[in-house]
Ligand binder design. Structure first.
Ligand SMILES: NC(=O)c1ccc[n+]([C@@H]2O[C@H](COP(=O)([O-])OP(=O)(O)OC[C@H]3O[C@@H](n4cnc5c(N)ncnc54)[C@H](O)[C@@H]3O)[C@@H](O)[C@H]2O)c1
Length: 350
């Protein structure tokens, strides 16, 4: 394989982000086909696209010269000239495209969340287990520079035992008239719980191990039409560590997106603010790790380059995720929804 030939389905916020990352940062990637139900986006005009993070200028059209353009993702999947399918459509449509692309013998990357519910997750699990092709879910926070730095060094034992940790993910409102409408319906997007807060749930399970239970509280439909718009969860661990996360898209559209954490360990406290990442060692040292990387600035860049290089070289990817780890974290977020609905702590079986 010279370059990995990619077919990208969904040209919204994430699809346009993926397109630009492959084009500008991943030399082994070549987008050879795109698909979208929206005829305007199929021309490359993405001026209607809105997102909550990143500074891309969507008034600049994407150039699809030499790229096949499909109106239907399932037709694109059948294209023999495609090695890898990248799925960036709304959440409820992930499952059918993942299953079809794996069945067609393609390598697959899909946006998060894995899917909309546990039944769909089970179908995806069977498809992944029945395929010899690699599968990646864009759990980009696992690869986001400060998060990755914290995780790798914590797991190497540098900070000692974790005693407490809290994570926050705060986004401007999705119902300001600019976002795509599907985000506002809980049955489609799963609210801020599944669309945003999942990143922290997934990261907590990846960094500290799967929690044995969750206690979550959420507000349903205070800015959207339905779905959990604001959630606070406590993750229960046997050693009594106090781990919590808050996720919301309840802020006005003028409020900037923010993702932050504080992790308190025996030997150091790690703090990510909107502007700084600092490690406060208990011996008094203050460390500011240098994480700027122009070659691969975000978790999207790190992860996509790694996955594409694995596909090109035939090396099974395991640096950022196993399917089991993504699946387990999905069970945790579904347990959070159950905890909110039933107003009780939910034990999780893995
Ligand atoms: N990893 C991240 O950081 C991150 C960030 C934002 C969104 N997401 C996820 O990415 C996915 C897409 O979100 P988005 O913000 O790009 O949404 P979006 O609404 O901006 O874009 C979705 C695109 O898919 C197209 N589409 C809809 N149905 C389709 C179909 N059946 N076939 C082909 N195209 C179809 C739409 O026309 C649109 O262009 C969601 O699952 C979301 O949760 C992930």
């Amino acid at each position: 394989m010279d370059k990995v030939r990619i077919g990208l389905v969904g040209l919204g916020f994430m699809g346009s982000t993926h397109f630009r990352v492959y084009r500008d940062f991943v030399p082994n990637a070549q987008v050879v086909a795109v698909a979208d139900v929206d005829p305007v986006k199929r021309t490359g005009d993405i001026s209607s696209v809105k997102g909550n993070i990143g500074n891309d200028d969507n008034s600049i059209p994407l150039d699809f010269t030499g790229i096949k353009v499909y109106s239907n993702g399932f037709d694109m999947i059948k294209d023999a000239d495609i090695d890898m399918v990248d799925i960036c459509v709304p959440t409820p449509y992930h499952k059918d495209l993942i299953v079809a692309a794996l069945a067609a013998g393609k390598y697959v990357q899909s946006e998060k969340p894995l899917c909309r519910n546990l039944e769909q997750a089970e179908e995806i699990k069977k498809a992944v287990e029945g395929s010899d092709k690699f599968f990646n879910v864009d759990m980009c926070v696992r690869a986001w520079p400060a998060y990755r730095h914290a995780l790798v060094n914590y797991q190497a034992g540098k900070y000692g035992k974790m005693r407490a940790a809290n994570f926050h993910r705060l986004s401007p409102c999705v119902d300001d008239g600019h976002w795509q409408d599907w985000f506002s319906y809980g049955e489609l997007a799963g609210g801020a719980l599944l669309d945003m807060h999942l990143h922290d749930t997934d990261f907590i399970a990846t960094m500290f191990g799967n929690p044995k239970a969750v206690t979550a509280n959420g507000i349903d439909g205070f800015v959207s039409k339905s779905g959990i718009d604001h959630v606070i969860t406590i993750y229960h661990y046997d050693d009594g560590a106090l781990v919590s996360a808050e996720g919301t898209w309840g802020a006005p559209a003028t409020a900037p997106f923010e993702m932050t954490f504080q992790i308190y360990c025996e030997k150091a406290t790690l703090r990510l603010t909107p502007t700084d990442y600092t490690i406060y060692w208990t011996d008094g040292t203050v460390e500011k790790p240098e994480l700027d990387d122009k070659e691969l600035p975000t978790g999207w860049h790190h992860q996509f380059k790694y996955f594409v290089d694995c596909v090109k070289n035939g090396v099974k990817p395991d640096k950022y995720q196993t399917f089991q780890s993504v699946y387990d974290a999905f069970k945790v977020i579904m347990a959070e929804q159950e905890s909110i609905d039933k107003k009780q702590t939910i034990e999780i079986k893995y």
